[in-house]
Write a protein that binds this ligand. Structure first.
Ligand SMILES: Cc1ncc(COP(=O)(O)O)c(C=O)c1O
Length: 431
């Protein structure tokens, strides 16, 4: 496989953008080598500028649950665009998408559209603080919630610590309001409430943590978070930017049947266009401007083209058996890969719905970030390039999950399993 044109474009990009990219993971730093520059996508496939074809399991990091350039989405976006691309005034399309969501999602009553997952979560935190009148938030190591200042925080060394910023440029005065805990540890949460209970506005969690491996949580643990937040009059925020509309139309809230106070959305909700949203009960959403005192706004919020695309995508997701078919397909892929996996490699695939994570691990389950062995990423690096060479594209990091879309075919799955078989063989020869 030749990547000459990608390499040339990357060289140019290095002069134009920090690290040659507009979002860090794209730079292939964790797997090494040169990023592949994509020319186009259709269905389950993407094609790079050198004409190579790949079966894609990155799906633009999750939004493309109908695959690339789905005709419904392209037509809807095109029709909307023909009427103009943005007005900064309300349109019917916003009502349509909101009604579609709220009518089929019993855990929320009102929604506000924004333009990214980061914006959705940042606003949800502000809303929790506005509603409770409290300052601190609890987040968990291994959950990613976008790049707003108060959430770019990693755990310190103690059981309950104020986090340390994981990015330069974030004042410690901001970070001091964020408490970072390990997942799957009730006692750490209890201790945080003993120490700071009066001032905790919210716990925020990815109920299906999928940004640092796939750290599937026990339902009892999520229920515990629900109960303890209620006891202390603070809010539970489910960040469903990935899991929303992915593990079912009602996301993780529906999957676990746990009702959080605020849910954040992104990715799938916009059909591949920049959309995010936060949603809650009418009572909580009453705080949001112009109805209430919590300010939040956006020039392109509720953008008509993005609303039309989101509506087209979510309408498909509501069709009978959409999610069961997707899950069955994912199971077929995983079973196939496990059948060709060599005995000698410590290899697992964790999955839920159509999300899967490849882990070189012995453990039967991995529920918190500190249970991931960083050295295992060396295996992933080798596997990654072997798969790429055999026409399978995954997100370029062993901490990232993969996604199936509704348009992956049985043939795609067979080809992928074959690619894994070849890749495993290459790994064994190299080791
Ligand atoms: C759970 C979660 N929250 C928030 C975000 C931030 O979303 P965005 O990249 O659209 O700003 C992401 C992005 O991957 C995410 O996975």
């Amino acid at each position: 496989m030749i990547h000459t044109k990608s390499e040339e474009l990357y060289k140019k990009a290095l002069q134009l953008f920090p690290g040659g990219v507009n979002s860090p993971v794209r730079a292939f730093k964790s797997v090494g080598g040169t990023p592949i520059f994509i020319e186009k996508g259709k269905g389950s496939k993407i094609y790079d500028v050198d004409g190579n074809e790949y079966i894609d399991y990155c799906a633009s990091w999750g939004p493309l649950i109908l695959g690339h350039a789905h005709p419904d989405i392209i037509n809807a976006a095109y029709q909307a665009m023909m009427n103009g691309t943005s007005f900064g005034a309300p349109t019917k399309l916003e009502n349509q998408l909101a009604e579609l969501i709220l009518n089929h999602h019993p855990y929320i009553e009102k929604i506000r559209f924004v333009s990214s997952g980061t914006e959705a979560v940042m606003s949800a935190i502000r809303l929790a603080r506005a509603y409770t009148g409290k300052n601190k938030i609890i987040k968990f190591e291994g959950c990613y919630h976008g790049h707003s200042d108060s959430l770019l925080v990693k755990a310190g060394s103690g059981l309950v610590t104020f986090g340390q910023s994981s990015s330069a440029g974030v004042p410690k005065e901001i970070v001091q309001h964020t408490i970072v805990l390990q997942l799957d540890d009730e006692s750490a949460v209890q201790k945080a409430f003993e120490e700071f209970g009066n001032d905790i506005a919210a716990i925020i969690i990815e109920p299906i943590p999928a940004n640092n491996g796939l750290l599937l949580q026990r339902k009892e643990y999520l229920q515990f978070l629900r109960d303890i937040t209620k006891q202390h009059n603070c809010l539970l925020i489910f960040d469903e930017v990935i899991s929303g509309f992915r593990v079912g139309f009602t996301g993780a809230a529906g999957y676990y049947n746990i009702s959080p106070d605020i849910i954040t959305f992104g990715k799938i909700i916009g059909g591949g266009f920049p959309v995010g949203a936060y949603a809650a009960s009418k009572e909580i959403m009453r705080m949001v401007s112009p109805e209430g005192p919590m300010y939040q706004a956006g020039t392109l919020s509720g953008n008509p083209v993005a609303m039309a695309a989101g509506y087209a995508q979510l309408s498909r997701c509501l069709e009978d058996n959409f999610y069961t078919t997707l899950e069955e397909k994912t199971k077929t892929l995983i079973d196939g890969i496990l059948q060709v996996k060599p005995e000698v490699l410590p290899f697992k695939i964790f999955s839920i719905g159509s999300i899967f994570w490849i882990a070189f691990a012995e453990r039967e389950y991995i529920r918190s970030a500190n249970e991931i062995d960083a050295n295992s990423m060396n295996y992933f690096r080798t596997l990654y390039h072997a798969l790429l060479k055999n026409g399978v594209y995954l997100g370029p990091s062993g901490y990232e999950v993969g996604f199936l879309s509704a348009v992956h075919t049985n043939e795609d799955i067979e080809r992928t399993v074959l690619a894994f078989e070849k890749a495993f063989k290459e790994m064994l020869v190299e080791s």
